[in-house]
Design a protein around this ligand. Structure first.
Ligand SMILES: *Cc1c(COP(=O)(O)O)cnc(C)c1O
Length: 348
């Protein structure tokens, strides 16, 4: 029998564990649009308290959380300052232009930016030609930059500068759990500078779906309408909430193992001179590396790895992403790293 593939394409590929499925099967549910789903209500209270906000709202996806955030905090034609290659710009099929009608200004590098870079990109309100900047969005950890944690000191500076200018602040924290575990900070501390924050249950936490937004009660009341407008208001979604609650209880602390596994893969790969990767840059569960000119290209490496049971993702012509998660063991990560290194050492 062929061994199960080692799937490092994303931390979204995890399947609910038997214990998580049992929690889902036992969920106490009701019609969430009447506010009558006990599991959803419990999850929303839990997330609000974890993030230190007044209220939280469950959403089916993180993309919808980002879209609702834009609808809440901007008007069509507004300018939103973001990190380069953020999820909202690269991974939402143009939703922000279509749904919120905003434009993005990407600043900084490597997934982060400074308060000075933010201030330099801000456009004033009421100017005859400039689009008004009304929102700054930070992504932490940053996916396309390789799981980078946004430095908290800088987030605090940016958000206070934004507040001074009357600009709203949003934290796309789909992987904020990873940031919290990597830094030893609480989710509430990480979310504190922001008006609004999101978290996802379907990434490292291993639930089959769902995200949440957290902020003031007033924002969350308005968010209920935005979610409905986007078609995301659902019914007995306590089944998803039960998975999320189970994950919050059992799958957060173990993210440290995913981080250690990613660091181990990075260590093995960095020994190969055809792989351009700084192991010190791997802070959480995502590794992104480039292939030197003499190595096969990303598509070739992905195809050869697939033949041998290791799944990874080409992020560019000579760039590869690998992500560790709850469904890959230390031993599988070791094996995958050695296999990738040997494929990359082959001739083109
Ligand atoms: C995955 C992700 C999202 C949301 O994605 P969905 O697949 O829609 O749940 C949002 N932001 C970031 C940074 C992400 O990595």
């Amino acid at each position: 029998m062929k061994a199960m593939p080692i799937d490092l394409r994303s931390d979204t590929v995890t399947r609910p564990t038997a214990a998580m499925r049992a929690a889902m099967a036992a969920a106490d549910v009701g019609d969430d649009q009447f506010g009558e789903d006990p599991a959803i209500n419990a999850l929303q209270e839990r997330v609000a308290s974890l993030l230190g906000k007044e209220a939280a709202l469950w959403l089916p996806t993180g993309t919808m959380a980002n879209q609702v955030a834009l609808r809440l905090l901007t008007r069509p034609g507004d300018d939103v300052i973001v990190s380069r290659q953020c999820h909202a710009v690269w991974h939402e099929t143009g939703a922000s232009g279509a749904n919120a009608g905003v434009q993005f200004t990407e600043v900084g590098s490597g997934g982060v930016f400074t308060s000075e870079e933010f201030a330099a990109a801000c456009k004033p309100r009421g100017h005859v030609v400039y689009p008004p900047t009304t929102l700054v969005e930070i992504e932490s950890t940053h996916n396309r930059a390789g799981g980078v944690v946004f430095p908290q000191r800088e987030a605090v500076r940016i958000c206070s500068e934004a507040r001074r200018r009357g600009i709203a602040t949003y934290l796309d924290g789909a992987r904020l759990w990873n940031a919290a575990v990597a830094t030893g900070s609480s989710l509430a501390d990480l979310a504190a500078p922001f008006d609004l924050a999101s978290v996802a249950f379907s990434k490292g936490l291993g639930a089959p779906g769902g995200s949440a937004l957290a902020g003031s009660r007033e924002l969350m009341t308005r968010a209920v309408r935005c979610r409905r407008m986007l078609g995301g208001a659902m019914r007995q979604v306590g089944i998803f909430a039960a998975a999320a609650l189970y994950a919050i209880d059992h799958h957060v602390d173990r993210l440290a193992e995913d981080h250690a596994n990613a660091a181990r893969i990075a260590e093995v790969l960095a020994e190969n001179r055809r792989i351009l990767l700084d192991p010190a840059a791997v802070q959480t569960n995502i590794l992104i590396f480039d292939l030197a000119a003499e190595a096969p290209d990303a598509a070739t490496v992905v195809a050869r790895a697939l033949e041998q049971g290791v799944l990874i993702f080409a992020f560019g012509p000579r760039t590869i992403r690998a992500v560790t998660h709850l469904d890959v063991s230390r031993e599988q990560c070791e094996r995958a790293a050695r296999l990738l290194a040997s494929i990359i050492s082959e001739s083109r």
